[in-house]
Design a protein around this ligand. Structure first.
Ligand SMILES: O=P(O)(O)OC[C@H]1O[C@H](OP(=O)(O)OP(=O)(O)O)[C@H](O)[C@@H]1O
Ligand code: HPA
Length: 225
């Protein structure tokens, strides 16, 4: 009889979107008219993000259920994913015998100008995180590209001696020469293209778009600084 082996290693690349995936035509979805012409395609529709997030919440619950956790939301790009993930963990927590007592905290890092990572990587308003000592920390990030932001953040958080750090990243980009910062929980692995929407921005634009889309060349020109 075939043996069914439960997958216990959650360190996966998530749903892999291949380089030749053309995405969905924008005409198939609703999106704000003020972004007409600024986008190439919808790479991940909002509903798919929601369904994947629900599953990630279950994986986190299976691994961390009954531990107290401090959720550390990486602003600004991670705010929407964090809000939706926390909602789903809360729903699982109130509907099962396992619960995760959660506190939510925010940290802001910024390095991108236009579609480029810069050397100017700042933790904005860095505050004392000494309350993380001995705690289980779940970092929630919208996207890992070069990995520089996550590497900086992990070093910063580790200095406060938490008991455990896990990372949930909605998107991981296949970037050549990226730093080896693979989240423990990955929503999607995506091609190396600049994506916006679902709180991910290009110079602060597009956070008000629900789907994750590829920005067009004319969109980049229009909002370039
Ligand atoms: O892996 P990396 O190449 O470092 O890129 C990932 C980071 O880039 C974006 O932040 P950004 O600097 O644009 O700030 P924001 O979150 O405020 O948009 C994104 O939200 C991630 O935090
Ligand atoms: O593709 C991206 N979009 C928005 N922010 C980002 N930070 C790294 N890559 C990206």
């Amino acid at each position: 009889m075939a043996e069914v082996v439960a997958q216990t290693d959650r360190r996966t690349e998530g749903i892999v979107i291949k380089d030749d995936w053309p995405g969905y035509s924008l005409d198939l979805f609703n999106y704000p008219a003020h972004y007409c012409g600024d986008l190439d395609c919808v790479i991940i529709p909002h509903g798919v993000i929601m369904d994947r997030t629900e599953r990630l919440a279950r994986n986190i619950m299976d691994d961390l259920g009954d531990h107290d956790i401090v959720v550390l939301c990486v602003l600004k790009g991670g705010y929407q994913f964090c809000a939706d993930l926390v909602e789903r963990i809360k729903a699982l927590s109130r509907n099962s015998s396992h619960t995760i007592p959660m506190r939510v905290h925010f940290i802001r890092l910024r390095s991108y100008l236009n579609d480029q990572s810069t050397k100017d990587l700042h933790i904005l308003g860095a505050e004392d995180l000494s309350f993380l000592a001995g705690k289980n920390v779940l970092i929630v990030e919208g996207i890992v590209g070069t990995g520089k932001t996550m590497e900086t953040l992990l070093k910063h958080v580790q200095a406060f001696r938490p008991k455990m750090i896990k990372v949930a990243g909605l998107l991981v980009k296949r970037v050549q020469h990226s730093l080896a910062c693979v989240p423990d929980y990955v929503g999607f692995e995506i091609p190396d293209r600049f994506v916006v929407g679902y709180a991910l921005d290009y110079n602060e634009y597009f956070r008000d778009l629900n789907h994750i889309c590829v920005i067009s060349e004319s969109g980049k020109k229009k909002y370039k600084v």
